[in-house]
Design a protein around this ligand. Structure first.
Ligand code: NAD
Ligand code: ZN
Length: 379
């Protein structure tokens, strides 16, 4: 069946209202326009960011909307001007992009593309501001330019990473967001040397991916810090060797860690979003060489306060967006790490549901039961 240049009717899980279960609808997906590709999504997974914008407690609500940004699929057709992708390519859509032309894309150090950097407020495509999704002519908003809770979606080609066609999409789909954020925070930014100690603050999906990075880097000790002790059992499978629950101690956690490590850890990665944890993660690194990396997204009015002496004593504080990976250039290499058996993905996948039961994936995440739940399209 030739679909190129025509609208496709397919199933999508539409969020009509904040916090209400998604509804399976038949939607029309318009053909891709200039610099866009239409992708047949095969697997998608649920990330906290979807839940956060679906709950719409902290931002301007934008509904009806099709959420979803961690996914794997196959290119169905490409729009005008797309030269690096073609129908049949196996791809991961990514919530942030790489235009290839801006100062950030030209810089080796940055992945914060001017054109395609994450934009949570945008509900249409960059090319014309319009949506490619509709129901009976009524437009449905996009989310992060990806909207993967649909059997077909349209994405800017700068937000599409072409990957090894042999890679199982039901596993590598998780590489498109949380996994890479945590992994890259450790491997690309904290850069522990073999045998060094690493503290991970927050043992959710992002923190566990940061721990996986520490394991791959050959860290000798991986110290997990979390207020929720239930996270600790699971974290053992991710190579976390020791645990600290700040609630179990009378002294500041920085001091607890300094005592455990003879003066401080070599590297720390903060994956909580709590500003207290950010300060602790910085102050617990060893003077002279310690590096702390912030990943968590703080609240609007937070301020980071520490004594400047902590910097003068040669501690370094860094922050990262999407683990410093450039989506198109670097993400195919993360998939290769999995193919080479260097990176373990299976342990992150705790649940699987058919597309028709996508709301269950929300329940698992809200109850804190899942790390990642894979949603199988066409099922
Ligand atoms: P999560 O909620 O699953 O995990 C966070 C963990 O931190 C929980 O286990 C919680 O108990 C723990 N925690 C909270 N406050 C703490 C404290 N003060 N001390 C110790 N532990 C504490 O979240 P997640 O999905 O793993 O995401 C982690 C963070 O990463 C979030 O803030 C998220 O917004 C952020 N994030 C950042 C980027 C980026 O590019 N920088 C990308 C994706 C996610
Ligand atoms: Zn760019």
């Amino acid at each position: 069946m030739i679909t190129t240049g025509q609208s496709i009717r397919c199933k999508a899980a539409v969020a009509w209202e904040a916090g209400k279960p998604l509804v399976m609808e038949e939607v029309e997906v318009a053909p891709p326009q200039k610099h866009e590709v239409r992708i047949k999504i095969l697997f998608t997974s649920l990330c906290h960011t979807d839940v956060y914008f679906w709950e719409a407690k902290g931002q301007t609500p934008l509904f009806p909307r099709i959420f979803g940004h961690e996914a794997g699929g196959i290119v169905e057709s490409v729009g005008e001007g797309v030269t690096d992708l073609q129908p049949g390519d196996h791809v991961l859509p990514i919530f942030t992009g790489e235009c290839g032309d801006c100062p950030h894309c030209h810089s080796e150090e940055s992945n914060m593309c001017d054109l395609l950097r994450i934009n949570t407020e945008r509900g249409g495509m960059i090319h014309d501001g319009e949506s490619r999704f509709s129901i009976n002519g009524k437009p449905i908003h996009h989310f992060l330019g990806t909207s993967t809770f649909s059997e077909y979606t349209v994405v800017h080609s700068g937000q599409v990473a072409k990957i090894n066609p042999d890679a199982p999409l039901d596993k590598v789909c998780i590489v498109s967001c949380g996994l890479s954020t945590g992994l890259g925070a450790t491997l690309n930014v904290a850069k522990p040397k073999k045998g060094q100690s690493v503290a991970i603050f927050g043992l959710g999906a992002v923190g566990l991916a940061a721990a996986e990075g520490a394991r791959i880097a050959g860290a000798s000790r991986i110290i997990g810090v979390d207020l929720n002790s239930q996270r600790f059992d699971q974290a053992k499978e991710f190579g976390v060797t020791e645990f600290v629950n700040p609630r179990d101690h009378d002294k500041p956690v920085q001091q607890v860690i300094a005592e455990m490590t003879n003066g401080g850890v070599d590297r720390s990665v903060e994956c909580t979003g709590s500003v207290q944890a950010m300060i602790q993660a910085f102050e617990c690194v060893h003077d002279g060489w310690g590096v702390a990396v912030l990943v968590g997204v703080p609240s609007k009015d937070d301020a980071f306060k520490t004594h400047p002496m902590n910097f003068l004593n040669e501690r370094t504080l860094k922050g990262t967006f999407f683990g410093n990976y450039k989506p198109k250039t670097d993400i195919p290499g993360v998939v290769e790490k999995y193919m080479n058996k260097e990176l373990e993905l299976e342990k992150f996948i705790t649940h699987t549901v058919p597309f028709s039961e996508i709301n269950k994936a929300f329940d698992y995440m809200l109850k804190g039961e899942s790390i990642r739940c894979i949603i199988t399209m066409g099922a």
